[in-house]
Write a protein that binds this ligand. Structure first.
Ligand SMILES: Nc1ncnc2c1ncn2[C@@H]1O[C@H](COP(=O)(O)OP(=O)(O)OP(=O)(O)O)[C@@H](O)[C@H]1O
Length: 313
């Protein structure tokens, strides 16, 4: 069954069209990564899916309902972890969880939520004393309180140390294995590649690539890189390469086969291909190819103070 359906979604903020006709589907129990550089429109998409904002155009369905118009049907079945949590700094972790339990139908026991998020032992700590990564964990604990069928995670592991990140991946995988549908955004492409079975890459409000993770990457082939031997011209090589700083890179549908071809060619001439590296395409390769302007992205954004809290949260 399809848990999330997005069809031609558009959404503007004060005349700026942040989402420009986005469509994708997420199956029940799937982990789906929504990727893109800063300002691509990921958070806006999540805010519409979570029912915080009304779609400006197109349609969205979460568990078969319009999340804005039918909020009462959708909200109890969704968990949300946004980028900026609205915690009360003077409350302890336990008090924060208890307060949220008060707003949640049939909530998980406090200790269970804290354990899932790796916060056992921190229940007496005031929120203001938590590290950035621990605040993300508290956010995760709150998102999981209502045993949601659909979980929206906006950059869930930002600020976490490697152990906390790996523990969070396990929680996410376990939840998906028991049928929870998870839509996450992350700037850690390795995280997305490891966790998600399908993905969409957004750029400037549009989807520029989408599909199953394994299939999409397999279709990109891979690359063979090596130091170009001295006095060898690229047109002498048996396969086309690009060269930068003496490093020759050959992109090929089957990188193992390409490496064999290159090695055989080199052996026949008594040459060595120093620093030979063969690898399948990574999500990072794909991302940099499709959203190459990452460093100038900040300049493309409207001023930060143009943000508003527009619709009801
Ligand atoms: N409430 C708002 N008011 C005005 N502009 C907004 C608002 N929310 C988002 N924007 C703008 O819409 C664009 C998309 O923002 P969004 O937060 O959806 O991107 P994102 O892909 O989540 O980025 P990031 O990776 O930086 O979180 C940005 O240019 C942003 O400045």
């Amino acid at each position: 069954m399809t848990a999330i359906e997005v069809n031609g979604l558009r959404k503007s903020h004060q005349g700026f069209e942040a989402v420009r006709g986005v469509s994708f589907e997420v199956a029940e129990g799937e982990i789906f990564a929504l990727l893109g550089r800063n300002g691509a429109g990921k958070t806006t998409t999540i805010e519409v899916l979570a029912g915080f904002q009304r779609a400006g155009g197109g349609s969205v369905r979460v568990l078969g309902h319009d999340p804005y118009a039918e909020r009462a049907a959708v909200r109890p079945r969704t968990g949300i972890m946004l980028q900026e949590a609205g915690f009360f700094p003077e409350l302890t972790v336990a008090q924060t969880v208890d307060a949220w339990r008060g707003f949640t139908d049939a909530p998980r026991p406090r200790d269970e939520a804290l354990e899932l998020a790796g916060l056992t032992g921190r229940s007496g700590t005031r929120v203001r004393q938590l590290s950035g990564g621990e605040k993300r964990r508290l956010d995760l604990a709150l998102a999981l309180l209502g045993r949601p069928d659909v979980l929206f995670l906006d950059e869930p592991t930002t600020g976490m140390d490697p152990q906390a990140r790996a523990a969070t991946w396990t929680v996410i995988r376990d939840l998906a294995a028991t049928g929870t549908t998870i839509l996450l955004t992350t700037h850690y492409l390795e995280e997305a590649q490891r966790l998600a079975s399908s993905m969409a890459i957004m750029d400037e409000g549009r989807i520029v690539a989408s599909g199953g993770m394994a299939e999409t990457l397999a279709a990109r082939g891979g690359r063979v890189a090596f130091r170009l031997p001295a006095h060898v011209r690229t047109d002498e090589l048996p396969l086309p390469v690009t060269v930068a700083d003496g490093l020759a890179v050959c992109r090929a549908p089957d990188p193992d086969l390409a490496a064999q071809t290159l090695l055989t060619w080199a052996a026949e001439r008594g040459l060595r291909l120093e620093g030979l590296e063969v690898r399948a395409a990574t999500l990072e390769d794909l991302f940099l190819e499709l959203a190459p302007d990452a460093r100038s992205a900040e300049g493309a954004r409207p001023a930060e103070n143009a943000r508003s809290t527009e619709d009801a949260r």
